[in-house]
Design a protein around this ligand. Structure first.
Ligand code: CA2
Length: 192
């Protein structure tokens, strides 16, 4: 019986363990996931998804390089995938390096992981690297394009040193792959 928050937490814990077992236990786990999807999961992990300069122009300028998908389209994809994975996301874009640094610091205090496409700052910003390292959080670096097929100066990323992994060349799908990788690292509760 669900009566208030503390007993509900305890029940959810039991369900999470059930997910790892097989047979009847698996069925119990899946139903707990369904309940959490409806009521909201107080233990769910949170990821900040950050986008750097000019990514607000996606789908509007230079479609030959970056395609016709807008940043709003990518946000919708990310939200849908995060929902499936049982993680909460905060999706942001800024053209300002200092604002991105401030958000990374905020993520270090209040979030469990970071997915970041730092745009052009990828290839220039020690400040973003330092901020990411200081969080101690799992970080996944994302690029829409395959940066290794492009100009030489795009082959080096300052921020990769802070990243668990780098996904590039898969367009918007790369953001979904980044969320999956973070969900794995964070051990979030999902239904397969
Ligand atoms: O491939 C990526 O995701 C990049 O991070 C995109 C950056 C670029 O500097 C990196 O080397 C690779 C550029 C983002 C600019 O996006 C625009 C979108 C439409 C029109 C103009 C720029």
């Amino acid at each position: 019986m669900v009566k208030g928050v503390p007993p509900f937490n305890l029940q959810m814990h039991a369900g999470a363990a059930g997910l790892e077992s097989s047979g009847a236990g698996r069925h119990d786990g899946a139903s707990v996931v369904s309940v959490l999807k409806i009521l909201g999961n107080p233990m769910s992990k949170s990821v900040m998804v950050l986008n750097g300069p000019n990514l607000n122009l996606l789908g509007i300028r230079e479609p030959a390089i970056y395609g016709r998908t807008t940043l709003d389209d990518i946000e919708a994809l990310v939200r849908a995938r995060a929902d499936d994975l049982g993680i909460a996301v905060d999706f942001r874009q800024s053209n300002a390096e200092g604002e991105l640094v401030g958000w990374i610091q905020e993520a270090g205090r209040d979030f469990d992981g970071i997915a970041i496409n730092a745009g052009g700052y990828t290839h220039t910003s020690v400040a973003i690297l330092d901020a990411l390292l200081a969080t101690g959080l799992p970080v996944v670096e994302v690029h829409l394009s395959n940066i290794f097929q492009r100009d030489e100066f795009r082959h080096h990323s300052y921020i990769s040193k802070a990243a668990r992994g780098v996904i590039c060349g898969f367009g918007a799908k790369g953001y979904e792959l980044a969320l999956e990788a973070l969900a794995d690292s964070l051990g979030s509760i999902t239904e397969d």
